[in-house]
Design a protein around this ligand. Structure first.
Ligand SMILES: N[C@@H](CCC(=O)N[C@@H](CS)C(=O)NCC(=O)O)C(=O)O
Length: 240
């Protein structure tokens, strides 16, 4: 049994998809980020970075005590190694998955995250930052479109790299990017989106996600702002 400490955002969805794809038994512990539910000493024991998602594996492969894993790239690799699925054993296949997974967690996710921040959450308009991150968000999707013109999936075969990238691509419309203009990427979205595990994870997200997360332009209360981006989030780094 695995505990999934979860919020139904792009990062959360990556792991929900992987757990379903791998047929693992898991239980979801939902957090309301806007209410600051993740900013506790208890959650910091699971993820010292106070971010979601994180998992606790109650039956790790070494037979030892329950094991917590944070950072989606590390979680996806941990689950793939646990099950022997979606991460090939051969040198080249494995490296390709790791390259695209690293590209997602170090590039696509953070850049799209900043684009969402400045275009959707910033209380005032910052033209330079908005343009910088919107341009980078689009450029990275063009990188995917180029790659997916060569192969059906990022690493050749469907893998944890596709699971990592899919939820972020799904949010592109919210930052005014039309995927239809990138045909190989659009075909990949159809292919990945048709998978049963992905559909089940998306359906669960659509019924669980608070409406605030899906607003194009979020209007947060001062309390929500503090929990997400302000003093309460900063104060969490001093929690002991
Ligand atoms: N690099 C982290 C990013 C995790 C992350 O930023 N999670 C967001 C939700 S998508 C979060 O917890 N935000 C809450 C906050 O910043 O207070 C990962 O890949 O796991």
């Amino acid at each position: 049994m695995i505990d999934l400490h979860y919020v139904a955002t792009a990062n959360g969805l990556k792991v929900a998809i992987a757990l379903r794809e791998m047929g693992l038994d898991y239980r979801v512990i939902n957090y309301d980020l806007f209410a600051g539910a993740h900013l506790t000493v208890a959650f910091k024991q699971i993820n010292p970075n106070s971010k979601l998602p994180a998992i606790i594996d109650h039956a790790p492969a070494d037979g030892g005590a329950p094991f917590a894993v944070f950072e989606t790239g590390a979680i996806l690799q941990y689950l793939a190694e646990k099950t022997g699925l979606f991460l090939p054993a051969d040198l080249r296949g494995r490296s390709l998955v790791q390259q695209w997974l690293t590209w997602q967690v170090a590039g696509l996710g953070p850049m799209h995250g900043q684009a969402h921040h400045f275009l959707r959450y910033a209380p005032e308009r910052f033209d330079y930052a908005s343009a910088r991150y919107a341009n980078e968000a689009l450029r990275l999707l063009k990188v995917m479109d180029y790659r997916l013109g060569q192969a059906d999936y990022l690493a050749g075969e469907y893998s944890i790299a596709d699971m990592a990238a899919f939820p972020w691509v799904g949010g592109a419309a919210l930052i005014d990017i039309d995927i239809a203009e990138l045909p190989a990427l659009a075909a990949w979205v159809e292919r990945v989106g048709a998978r049963e595990a992905v559909q089940v994870a998306l359906a669960a997200r659509d019924t669980a996600v608070p409406a605030e997360y899906m607003q194009k332009h979020a209007v947060l209360t001062p309390e929500q702002w503090s929990n997400m981006f302000g003093e309460k989030l900063l104060a969490a780094s001093d929690l002991r």
